[in-house]
Design a protein around this ligand. Structure first.
Ligand code: IPD
Ligand code: CA
Ligand code: CA
Length: 274
């Protein structure tokens, strides 16, 4: 079991990020563009600075990988500990005042996901997990849903920021799932999508072209709630690979099968490689 100080620190940081995010919605904030549609707000930067300052003070030797300022400086000796932080997951929602966003902080020790904390300040929902200790929502134990049929399943997905350039395959796969499941949602926060699988609100989530900070904490929360996380082809999950299926376990193979059949049917014209 990881040292409890790590979960306490992760929780403190995402709660503080939530306060910064809510205050930003009250007072307003500057928004800049990172790409054609990819935004960054001054609140993303403020949350990440806060996280880096807390971690640097408590665990100066640990590594940090976070969305806005990147990884540890070149030349710094690599430690066994890597914190992975998304200061605002759901920045597009945040910038538009749509209250579906969170902060997400995970800790990997020797490359293994050990701790995760995700906080949605709009609903005051704190999702946490430690390896081997279960997943919790505001201190209450989480379990994935027991639905075992894709046709009865509520699914969620997301789309990458380069969607405008090469989105056809993703849109067609989305359409295929619309015809295979009860319904499909797109909320705009991968970390919350994962938490909602853990909480039994969704049966499964799939997405490609994600980053480690989108999924490091949420994947552990799903696993600790009894769910399953793999690559989109059913291969073992790797945070760096960028693609995943997270599910309640019971519909997992059905989701893999839909993707496999979809890709086989389009094999000659495939453009997006995971
Ligand atoms: C994004 C959100 C979104 C997902 C994108 C992510 P950001 O993260 O998680 O749901 O579809 O792929 O990049 O940019 O809001 O931190
Ligand atoms: Ca993100
Ligand atoms: Ca972000």
């Amino acid at each position: 079991m990881p040292d409890p100080v790590f979960l306490a620190t992760a929780t403190e940081i995402v709660l503080r990020a939530g306060e910064i995010q809510l205050a930003g919605q009250e007072k307003g904030f500057r928004v800049d563009k990172k790409g054609a549609i990819d935004l960054v707000t001054e609140i993303d930067l403020e949350c990440e600075r806060m996280c880096r300052a807390v971690l640097a003070e408590r665990f100066p030797e640990h590594d940090i990988l976070a969305e806005e300022f990147g990884g540890s400086p070149a030349g710094k000796p690599k430690s066994r500990f890597q914190w992975v932080f998304d200061p605002v997951d759901g920045t597009t929602n945040y910038a538009h005042g749509l209250p579906i966003y969170c902060a997400s902080l995970g800790l990997e020790i020797d490359g293994v996901r050990e701790v995760g904390a995700i906080y949605d300040p709009s609903r005051r929902e704190l999702f946490t997990a430690e390896r081997g200790q279960g997943a919790y929502l505001n201190g209450r134990r989480l379990r994935v849903s027991t639905t075992d049929t894709l046709l009865d399943a509520l699914l969620v997905t997301g789309f990458p920021y380069d969607m405008h350039k090469q989105g056809d395959e993703l849109i067609d796969l989305f359409g295929t799932f619309l015809k295979s499941a009860r319904a499909v949602r797109r909320l705009g926060s991968a970390a919350l999508d994962l938490c909602y699988v853990a909480a039994g609100r969704f049966e499964a989530f799939w997405e490609q072209k994600l980053h480690p900070w989108d999924v490091a904490a949420g994947a552990l929360i799903v696993e600790e709630a009894g769910g399953r996380v793999t690559g989109m082809d059913g291969s073992p999950f790797d945070t760096a690979a960028g693609h995943l299926i997270a599910s309640n376990g019971l519909v997992h193979e059905q989701v893999v099968d839909v993707i496999r059949a979809f890709r086989a049917a389009r094999a000659p014209e495939r453009t997006v490689n995971d």
